[in-house]
Write a new protein. Structure first.
Length: 135
């Protein structure tokens, strides 16, 4: 299977899979269906926009590994994390670009963005009003 998201791209997308037998969509892409166990799956690009299904904040540095951030316990900054529901396709766990509880609410529209992480990039979701303000 391929990477988690298409990059570099002017229109980055998460890469998922759809079972051609039962139509279940998964993220990340998988080689077989977790619902019906069929191996007949196809890679798909997922929608860029969705709604915040639920969220929380991560207030302490996770254990490393598996955490791959280049911060230290002293430089770590709290970040938002949540589940984004993508147009009835699938719910995706993701880092959020916002960590302020006053700015986050369940059901708010979100959009995929690519953000720096360590020496590379990763995906995150941002409130649509933040994305529109930048573009």
């Amino acid at each position: 299977m391929s990477e988690l998201f298409s990059w570099p791209s002017d229109d980055p997308r998460l890469i998922g899979s759809r079972c051609t037998t039962c139509e279940v969509v998964t993220f990340p892409a998988q080689s077989s269906c977790p619902h019906c166990t069929s191996a007949d799956v196809t890679e798909i690009e997922l929608d860029r926009q969705g709604t915040l299904w639920t969220w929380t904040t991560q207030g302490f540095r996770p254990k490393s590994p598996p955490y791959a951030g280049d911060d230290t316990p002293e430089t770590f900054e709290t970040y938002g994390v949540g589940y984004i529901e993508l147009a009835g396709q699938v719910r995706v766990e993701s880092r959020l670009t916002v960590n302020d509880p006053e700015r986050l609410h369940i059901g708010m529209p979100m959009e995929l963005v690519i953000v720096p992480f360590g020496t590379g990039v990763t995906y995150a979701f941002a409130p649509i009003e933040d994305v529109e303000a930048v573009t």
